[in-house]
Write a protein that binds this ligand. Structure first.
Ligand code: HEC
Length: 130
C-alpha cells in the first residue's frame, strides 16, 4: 500500500505484516465488515491452539504406546505397519496446520478439517492398540 515518509513523500510500501498490526487498514477497511476483527481472530486462534495441543498429546501418547508395545513384543507385522501409517498421517496433518503460521486465522475451516483428519488417524491407531 501507499505510505508517507517523514518528509512527506508518498511512496509504495512493500512492508508485509499481519493486517492486525495495521491500525489504518483495520479502521478504514476491515472494519466495514468486521466490527472487532482482533477479537474475532483471537477466538479462532484460541480454538485452534486448544485443538493443536490436545492432538499433539494424543500423537505423543501413540508414539510412546507403540514404542512400549514393540519393545514388549506385542506389536509387529501388519498391525505395526498400520499403526505406523496412521501415526505418519496424524503427524502430517498436524504439521500442516502447525507450519501454516496463521493459527487458523487465514482459513479456519481448512485448519479445522485438517485437524479432524489428524485426530481421526491418531484415534484409530490408539483404538487398535487399546
Ligand atoms: C466486504 C466485507 C469484508 C471486508 C471489507 C473484510 N472482510 Fe474479512 N471476512 C468477511 C466475511 C463475510 C468473512 C467470513 C465470515 C464467516 O465465515 O464467519 C470474513 C472472514 C475473515 C477472517 C476469518 C477467516 C476464516 O477462515 O475464519 C479473517 C481473518 C478476515 N476476514 C480478515 C479480514 C481483514 C484483515 C480485512 C481487512 C484487510 C477484512 N477481513 C475485510 C468479510 C469482509
Amino acid at each position: 500500500g501507499k505510505a508517507t515518509a517523514e518528509d512527506g513523500t508518498v511512496y509504495v510500501s512493500h512492508k508485509w505484516t499481519s493486517p492486525l498490526e495495521n491500525e489504518d487498514l483495520l479502521a478504514n477497511d476491515c472494519s466495514t465488515c468486521h466490527s472487532d476483527l482482533k477479537a474475532e481472530v483471537a477466538e479462532i486462534q484460541a480454538h485452534q491452539e486448544e485443538r493443536v495441543q490436545a492432538i499433539s498429546k494424543k500423537i505423543e501418547q501413540l508414539a510412546n504406546t507403540m514404542t512400549d508395545q514393540v519393545a514388549a513384543g506385542t506389536l509387529a507385522g501388519d498391525k505395526l505397519a498400520q499403526c505406523q501409517k496412521l501415526h505418519r498421517n496424524a503427524q502430517f496433518y498436524w504439521d500442516f496446520v502447525m507450519v501454516e503460521n496463521g493459527d487458523g486465522a487465514h482459513n479456519s475451516k481448512l485448519s479445522d478439517e485438517t485437524l479432524d483428519k489428524s485426530e481421526k488417524a491418531v484415534d484409530e491407531a490408539l483404538a487398535l492398540l487399546a
